[in-house]
Write a protein that binds this ligand. Structure first.
Ligand code: XUL
Length: 542
């Protein structure tokens, strides 16, 4: 009998489930439930709801639960041998917080298989919506917490990151300040990951060190809740947080609800859920030093595995726990796929036409630069949205298409310098990584090989692989991460996109041009026009 493992990724726009057959090293099935399409009654747009101004961005935890039920119904309808699933692990969009009242635990423990999950959990929230990673409305709270912790450097040393608007700590503080009764009525605050794990577990699930590090509440060295950070955030917080565990810990077995309703075996193990980026680290096989990944999802992230703690004291990057028990470094952009889509849609293009333009326009784009702050940005910190164009007209179709992709990677190259030496190869993942023309631009800008994998859903795959690793370990069979990941990340089937080396000097100069544009807009720097003129003369004069 085959050993199946299930990985679930509860992300911004959809819920993905991947079932792997470990013995044959194959993927049995991948499911994707798109929130807008399959659950239109929530009226979410691209999985989120934007309030007041574009700074407040929430989502619906009930929608995520409903998607989970749809996933299991699909497994049943497709006659997947659910009883063969030995363990489940999961992944959640990072930082988002779910606020639950005292009924939650009671309902979790007594789920009735004849009633839908949504009906049963409806009354268990002390806040019906969850602020998610796209929310940037907590500037004041960030300042307050940072100050209480002794400033930016002290904060980074304690929590692994500066205080960021989207991180859970400032979000919790804002809720406490704006709605003290709601905060008081909150029995437990979960992350998206631990919330979804709780539903499957039938009890409150712990938070793992990977996702816990994205809260500004966990001590990055000891991996315990940090008293100073808790006190700076909200009163009595320690009693409202689940415990912290290793990402590889078995946290229990699946709740009877799922056994009775869908046919899971009573022995199905649950492994701690983690954030989508830590899961992706495993899903692309980044288990050695010196390799980095580029994830083109709703957010664009750039991350790498690190053995020993190394922090970004400039305050733009983060260090999270890696599922291996070590660490990972990361930078995150909010204007990722949504910004590419905005440009595509503004010229009524489809993705093929978008690609055609990337193919035919010249690298360097005559020095045209866009600062793509369609929404407030995380890196660099931009709290007020507003797109800025340099030597680029808003109606220049070809110019804008190349500029958005080139500028995104120039920014990434510029702001990832702290992560270490220039990488020799970058692993690409996420929905956007299926587009080879976008990856070609990345290869050229970074002057590095980009490896494109067969499975772009690396967070869900990473979760399934984590489930396998912990399950076998619990049975006394210790397989290395390499043994676990290799059969599923068939290097033979991956494609390498090589840079055109001749463009290297030009992109080295263009990064400086991009830096000058950014300095001009964000740091009152000099007008970048002279640098732009020089650039165009040097590379586009003939
Ligand atoms: C990472 C981040 C995003 C979310 C959503 O810090 O905010 O990548 O995890 O995917």
């Amino acid at each position: 009998m085959s050993d199946y493992f299930l990985g679930i990724d509860s992300s911004t726009q959809s819920l993905t489930g991947i079932i792997i057959d470990f013995n044959s090293g194959s993927i049995v099935r991948t499911y994707n439930i798109n929130f807008d399409k399959e659950l239109p009654h929530y009226n979410a747009q691209k999985g989120v709801v934007v309030f007041e101004d574009d700074k407040v961005v929430h989502s619906y935890p009930l929608m995520w639960i409903e998607a989970l039920e749809i996933l299991f119904e699909k497994l049943v309808n497709d006659n997947i041998r659910i009883g063969q699933i030995k363990a489940i692990a999961g992944s959640g969009q990072q930082h988002g917080t779910v606020y639950l009242n005292q009924a939650f635990e009671e309902v979790l423990r007594n789920l009735n298989p004849n009633i839908s999950l949504v009906k049963q959990f409806e009354g268990t929230f002390s806040r019906m919506t969850s602020p998610i990673w796209m929310d940037s409305s907590t500037f004041t709270q960030c300042q307050e917490i940072r100050e209480a912790l002794g400033g930016m450097t002290a904060t980074i040393n304690i929590t692994g990151s500066n205080i960021f608007e989207r991180f859970s700590g400032p979000q919790i503080r804002k809720f406490y300040q704006e709605n003290p009764e709601g905060y008081e009525a909150t029995s437990i605050i979960h992350l998206v990951s631990s919330f979804m794990a709780s539903i499957l577990l039938g009890g409150n699930a712990p938070i793992d060190h990977g996702d816990g590090a994205g809260m500004n509440l966990m001590n990055i060295e000891t991996k315990k809740w940090d008293k100073r950070a808790l006190n700076a955030t909200a009163p009595n917080l320690i009693n409202k947080l689940p415990p912290l565990v290793n990402s590889y810990d078995v946290i229990g077995t699946i709740s009877p609800y799922f056994i009775n309703k869908y046919g899971f075996s009573g022995n199905t193990q649950l492994i701690a859920w983690s954030g989508d980026n830590p899961n992706s680290l495993i899903g692309v096989g980044l288990i050695q030093k010196g390799k980095v990944a580029l994830s083109l999802g709703t957010s664009d992230t750039y991350f790498g595995y690190i053995k020993n703690l190394s922090l970004d004291l400039n305050g733009e990057g983060h260090v999270f726990g890696a599922p291996t028990g070590d660490y990972m470094s990361l930078i995150c952009y909010k204007n990722g796929s949504l910004a590419r889509e905005r440009v595509k849609d503004s010229f009524n293009l489809d993705w093929n036409q978008f690609s055609e333009i990337l193919k035919k326009t010249p690298p360097g784009n005559h020095g045209k630069i866009i600062l793509p702050y369609f929404q407030p940005e995380i890196v660099p910190l931009v709290l007020q949205s507003g797109v800025r164009r340099f030597s680029l007209e808003e109606n220049d179709e070809e110019g804008n298409v190349r500029a958005i992709v080139e500028s995104q990677f120039l920014s990434m190259r510029l702001h990832s310098e702290w992560i270490g030496e220039a990488p020799k190869e970058i692993y690409a993942t996420g929905g956007g990584s299926i587009n080879r023309d976008i990856l070609q631009v990345a290869a050229d800008v970074f002057s590095t090989d980009i490896r494109q994998f067969e499975v772009p859903a690396s967070a869900a795959l990473g979760a399934a692989l984590r489930a396998a690793k912990s399950y076998f370990e619990s049975k006394g069979k210790n397989l290395s991460w390499q043994e676990i990941t290799e059969p599923f990340l068939d290097i033979q089937k991956s494609v390498v996109i090589q840079p055109e080396r001749k463009y290297k000097p030009m992109y080295d100069d263009m990064v400086e041009l991009y830096r000058a544009c950014e300095d001009y807009v964000l740091r009152k720097g000099k007008n970048p026009q002279p640098i732009q003129k020089q650039f165009v003369e040097k590379y586009f004069s003939s």
